[in-house]
Ligand binder design. Sequence first.
Ligand SMILES: Nc1ncnc2c1ncn2[C@@H]1O[C@H](COP(=O)(O)OP(=O)(O)O)[C@@H](O)[C@H]1O
Ligand SMILES: [Mg+2]
Length: 262
Amino acid sequence: MAEVITVANHKGGCAKTVTTLNLGYALKELGYKVALVDLDSQANLTTCFGIDNPNSIETNIAHLMIAKIDEEPLPDKEQYIISKDGLDLIPSSIYLSVVDANLRLEMGSERILDEILEPLREEYDYIIVDTPPSLGSLTINALSAADSVIITVNPQLLAMMGLQDFLKTTKKIQKRINQKLSIKGILLTMCDSRTNLSKILSEQVKEAYNGVIKIYDTYIPMTVKVGESVYYGQSISEYCPDSKAGIAYSKFAKELISHEEK
Ligand SMILES: Nc1ncnc2c1ncn2[C@@H]1O[C@H](COP(=O)(O)OP(=O)(O)O)[C@@H](O)[C@H]1O
Ligand SMILES: [Mg+2]
């Protein structure tokens, strides 16, 4: 049975999408069966997966959500799951922004994604959901469907600001919609170990949340290889096997599962 992990932080630019792809890739390399879900209408994860024109794909997560809202049956899995080198993706497109608007008007709509993922759980070990940079209905759906959430924090972006709002929303979802949701931990991304500011801000996050939320020992270093891998629609390890960031994501995947085995 798959664990559904949502990667979230309502700020943009804190490596949610890069983390979803590269954590998924690293877990796949460790032998797990992994599906990624792009729940952002910007479809960055879909592009990072190597799909140049997300709009050209006939069936994506938006179509599945609309079908669920209309209580219609879903198409066959083959129509909406894209596989590449043993990693699966449910893609997105700009059409998801229409769903976002519809969800707000629909009663009980928080559980739509959960309903879509439920039958897929038995086929995977991990389903990892990438979320948009907002605390809107799509992120709420992703948290409602999840067993756990990884919060990516970019220390450059004054990481502390706004994290409280995110945690408040998570608590409400735990209380009202999804009691099984747990906060898995904070992953520090885009860390520039050469700058003092990055160090100071990382320390600030640790001081504020250590003991309350797990902060992973592994952190993801900043490297230009990441941007290049995104451009070429590949995981970092595929694009540049000895890149520090790819090695860090692989280490992170191992750290993640080691906590589960305890
Ligand atoms: N470790 C890293 N080193 C350098 N650039 C990174 C790293 N992680 C992410 N980036 C870049 O930062 C930008 C934001 O990352 P992204 O994953 O799209 O963030 P989000 O999904 O949270 O908005 C992208 O341009 C990406 O290429
Ligand atoms: Mg993103």
